[in-house]
Write a protein that binds this ligand. Sequence first.
Ligand code: CS2
Length: 511
Amino acid sequence: MELVAAGVQRLAPECLAALPLDVARPTYDRNALRVGIVHLGLGAFARAHLAAVNEAALHAGGGEDLAWGICGVSLRQADTRDALAPQAGLYTLALRSADATGREQQQVTVIGCLLEMLVAPEDPQAVLARIAHADTRIVSVTVTEKGYCHDPASGRLNLQHPDIVHDLAQAQAPRSTIGFLVRGLQQRRAAGQGPITLMSLDNLPSNGHLLRGMVLAFARQVDPALATWIETLCAFPCSMVDRIVPRTTDRDRCDVARALGMDDAWPVLGEPYLEWVVEDQFAAGRPDWAAGGARFVAEAAPFETLKLRTVNGVHSALAYLSVMAGWATVDEAMAQPALKAYLAALMQDEIVPTLPPLPGLDLARYQQRLLQRFENPALKHQTRQIAMDGSQKLPQRLLDTVRARLATDSPIGKLALAVAAWLHFLRGVDEAGLRYDIQDPMAAELAQRYTQAELAAERSGPGPAAMLAWTETLTSVAAVFGDLGDDPRFVRAVSQAAHALRSQGVSGALA
Ligand code: CS2
């Protein structure tokens, strides 16, 4: 696909001065900026979140501290590098919203702090060398839930994962995030460089502790002395990150080209809302991200729980119900009164009571604002995008909440509908008969289990017993459900919700 039109000026450092006045752009000395951060997982989210905050911090500091440029690493594809290399790493961030009358607005910024781009499979050594480089002080990570090669229910490193098996055998050319981190730190230590910070920005509970656990488990297999060095000297702050960043479409490229008066092969777009709560534990310094909108705290866990259970839990519930019902985007889904009422009640009645105390937070306002964020008509966030990788997302988004409710014997009917919606979604056909792919690292296993569940239901005859057998078969996938598959309260509630979904459809079940 041709990403830019022939003959149109391409975004480039020498054209920054020609941008329209309402487009923000780097005003610091970009030529003097050095790489201090290596970021693994150069997707849209990191470009719209970490890089945006880093860019704002560079400006707020008046361009004084030029040690924090970013080297972005793609772990699989070359597409981002191919799009941005001709632009010397410059790209556009368009923040989109709508005013009270529904008219769309966008605020456009050209980001300059992405200095270098590497494609790991092309040159794994270059990635390791960057992690080991004297100037590198932070390695940040957004590789999505599945990128940690862990068992989602237990949180342990999966030593049988093919990429982990490969990376343990192969010191020079890793494939996995964990392999790159540990092999990079190994080179760093061997070169006599100091310890650094490894910072996860993924939607996982205690993401810093999780990353630390994976890195140490791998490092112990490689060299116990290296593991001790990492454990005692490197830092792994936890963080809560929040900004909705839909996948960029060709229409977005055209809109951005119109705003810039030049082409950008891969702009990113997001909502104006941004939250970044991060633990102030850094082994070798950090940028002044507070000046760019980040909040430093001693402990991020309560904020992570808040965000994962509300924003992501409600998002996933919305996504599975909407894919089945044929509502393609989040704003379209939010325009269905019964769905919106269900999501509000799910949050208020069954999620909020499980949250840890967060002094000063107005929870009523937070919930209202979240629903408004989902209603943003300018984002066109695809429900199918959110529906991806359910096996990796459900445990922290919905199942931990279920556990907390069951621990106090509280009702879980609304959470059960969200879980049942995922199981129902696994059939791969929506209510209009349209087929879709299940994109999930466990897709093959889930498909097999789904077939077994259908057989179990058939064998149990008509009525509620059939759905109970169906639900039992699916919730016994231990990597996702852990101990919950053995809890009759959970299995019964999910089977009732699944029965409603299958017999009455999404609208009937919501009513
Ligand atoms: C979404 C998240 O795709 C998904 O699973 O729930 O990416 C969500 O948009 C962000 O976490 C919001 O901060």
